[in-house]
Design a protein around this ligand. Structure first.
Ligand SMILES: Cc1ncc(COP(=O)(O)O)c(C=O)c1O
Length: 234
């Protein structure tokens, strides 16, 4: 990444914990990125929407590195931490002069967030936070079961994600391409997942599964994939 930064670089987008891989930047990684950027006039857009869904280590934001508060636009939201997906409410933390421009853009593109949704957001922030830890532990349990299950399936190889609620197995050994395999699993096995290529060309060879579902359903999905692979992968 450091080798790609040059005088034309204006913005660097970070996302940790990461969708789709579940990868996490450690504090050391973040400090190295900050060092690579140095004192250049480069903004960082840091998408930290999964910051409360991290299973190892502490989340560390580049915004807390000295000199980066002014150059970071931090994005977060309520959909992951408080299970409010679909409520369409997120927020950004940035310099006041940038906030004015973003507010203008948001007002003219989405009008505003419904007021009752905002009230729910206030409740979520001010209420008992133990639900967040409880949900985190539950996702960790599901991740462990699902990833272990995937690794038992012929042709699938999956690393343990350190954050977010996705599994991103490598499926190259099945002999199938990502899109074809994702379509076949949906149409023939009744299991919905995304082709890694939905996130760009480098996603070829991978599938993305979400573990935001019950353990019962996740186990059912594993059974269906295994059965399908038994018939279709040599
Ligand atoms: C990395 C990342 N950022 C932002 C979002 C946006 O979430 P929402 O539109 O629910 O606020 C998502 C949702 O999947 C995400 O994965």
């Amino acid at each position: 990444m450091a080798s790609l930064i040059n005088d034309r670089t204006r913005l660097i987008i970070l996302n940790s914990p990461h969708n789709p891989t579940g990868g996490v930047l450690t504090k050391k990684d973040v400090l190295q990125i900050a060092e690579a950027i140095g004192d250049r006039n480069i903004m960082v857009l840091s998408d930290e929407i999964y910051s409360r869904l991290q299973y190892e280590g502490e989340h560390f934001s580049i915004m807390s590195v000295p000199g980066f508060k002014e150059r970071t636009i931090l994005l977060d939201g309520f959909s992951k931490t408080y299970a409010m997906t679909g409520w369409r409410m997120g927020y950004g933390v940035m310099r006041p002069d940038l906030a004015v421009q973003i507010a203008r853009l948001a007002t003219n593109s989405t009008s505003c967030t419904a007021s009752f949704t905002q009230m729910a957001g206030i409740e979520a922030l001010r209420g008992d936070q133990s639900s967040v830890d409880k949900m985190n532990s539950e996702f960790e349990r599901r991740r462990d079961v699902f990833v272990a299950g995937l690794n038992k399936i012929k042709g699938f190889s999956c690393r343990l994600p350190k954050g977010a609620f996705y599994a991103f197995p490598n499926i190259t050994q099945t002999g199938w391409t990502s899109k074809k395999l994702a379509d076949a699993l949906l149409e023939q096995a009744g299991v919905a997942c995304l082709s890694g290529t939905a996130f760009g060309e480098h996603g070829e060879g991978y599938l993305r599964f979400s573990v935001a579902n019950s353990l019962e359903n996740l186990n059912k999905a594993l059974g269906r994939i295994e059965e399908w692979v038994g018939k279709n992968v040599r």
